[in-house]
Ligand binder design. Structure first.
Ligand SMILES: [Mg+2]
Length: 417
């Protein structure tokens, strides 16, 4: 059977400059200055001065960002993490009366504490319009804690800032991201359970197709690191699902890092015989070399990246030729502004961006704005079936109709909590 598309072979090894934090920039200046007549003590003082200047610049509300007449100053006055119905989201308040909402991925249990203890003191007093400046300050200032948990908290703030700016300017967030490229987003029915029997799962997939979904994703393998027998044979799960949905509907599988390299390659050959559209996280997601080995051996596109964050992670993944479909999550990877940068890397490498999304309602809306404005998000997008039975906080939650979600057109994210 045919495969959806061939893997790009023309990736460059290093398409971006390495990370340049304020610290690195200061070091570069210091290196340059070695060539000038400056002794070590002067050089040390000079470096410290540059570092201090960098942080001072980042902490000031010095030059208000240009905004239309009638839009007042929007200095950040407070940031709160709100837990309602076991669901966590952020609210960022400004002195202009505009409040933004954002969502950190639910996979960080400490995202509330991190906002209030670490990020809030950094951003209070800053101009909410200065999104890049705020992002850089949050990222640079948390370099000792850096990792997915920090990135999740930064993502929640970044989404809320886009909501604030959109509301203040009276435009939807997609307009801030480059304008409307597509207004209806096709989504696939994504199932997270491994407990259902192959027949039960296949029946649910078929039901989703009846409702208009044109793609569905099921779990295979025994989950992360196990490489042991799953509850039901993987081959049965895939065969039953394919038989139930027919040949035209896209079928994806997610192994959640569950196989070793040889097992993944053997399974991948079977998946190709079943015309599976992509094979997600075949081996431990943190092992880019192992993932690249699997990708090289198979024709089926390999998907992944839901656990990775920032442009620097994705630069490494792309350089390793590990993945064909990249799944940076807006609520984990650094928010909307960072995912725009990641999208540019993916586009330049000739690959595809299909954001992962297992967040709540606010995260879903943020993701839809990103997809609406980003050309390289060309395939079906994730719509999780199990977790969104009772939308907890959004007054008008986004519900797919005929397998598509209409992007909100109101200012900001276009939702109310
Ligand atoms: Mg996944």
């Amino acid at each position: 059977m045919g495969v959806p598309f061939k893997r790009s072979k023309g990736l460059t090894d290093n398409i971006l400059q390495p990370e340049k934090s304020i610290v690195n920039r200061a070091r570069e200046h210091a290196r340059y200055d070695i060539r000038t007549p400056m002794n070590r003590r002067t050089l040390f003082k000079h470096s410290l001065g540059l570092l201090g200047a960098g942080y001072a610049r980042a902490s000031q509300v010095d030059e208000p960002t240009h905004r239309p007449r009638g839009v007042g100053a929007l200095k950040i006055t407070d940031a709160k993490a709100i837990r309602r119905n076991n669901y966590l989201y952020y609210q960022i308040f400004t002195d202009g009366g505009v409040t933004g909402v954002g969502e950190p991925s639910p996979s960080n249990e400490l995202a509330g504490e991190f906002l209030e203890k670490v990020l809030k003191p950094l951003i209070v007093g800053m101009d909410a319009f200065a999104i890049e400046k705020i992002w850089e300050k949050m990222y640079v200032s948390t370099y000792k804690e850096r990792g997915q948990s920090v990135s999740i908290a930064i993502s929640g703030v970044d989404i809320a800032l886009h909501d604030i700016v959109g509301k203040a300017l009276g435009v939807p967030v997609y307009q801030l991201l480059g304008g409307l490229y597509r207004s209806k987003i096709p989504v696939y029915a994504s199932f997270t359970s491994r407990e259902r029997s192959p027949v039960e799962q296949a029946k649910l997939c078929a039901k989703m197709v009846e409702q208009g979904f044109t793609g569905t994703k099921i779990k295979i393998a025994a989950r992360q690191g196990a490489d042991g027998p799953p509850a039901f044979p993987d081959e049965d799960r895939v065969r039953e699902a394919r038989a139930a949905i027919g040949p035209k509907v896209k079928l994806m599988v997610d192994a959640n890092s569950g196989y070793s390299v040889p097992h993944a390659i053997r399974m991948g050959r079977f998946l190709e015989s079943q015309d599976v559209f992509w094979f997600e996280e075949p081996v431990p997601f943190w092992d880019y070399a192992a993932t690249a080995e699997v990708a090289k051996a198979l024709d089926i596109p390999i998907a992944g990246g839901e656990q990775d964050h920032t442009r620097w992670d994705f630069q490494k993944i792309i350089s390793a030729k590990a993945l064909d479909i990249l799944q940076a999550d807006v609520t984990k990877a650094g928010g909307l502004s960072e995912c725009r940068k990641i999208a540019a890397l993916i586009d330049a490498a000739g690959l595809y961006y299909v954001p992962h999304d297992t967040s709540g309602e606010i995260g879903l809306v943020a993701c839809m704005h990103l997809v609406a404005a980003t050309p390289v998000c060309r395939y079906l997008h994730e719509y999780i079936m199990e977790e969104r039975k009772n939308p907890p906080v959004v007054k008008e939650p986004l519900i797919p109709r005929n397998g598509e979600i209409e992007v909100p057109r109101k200012p900001g994210l276009g939702i109310e909590v």
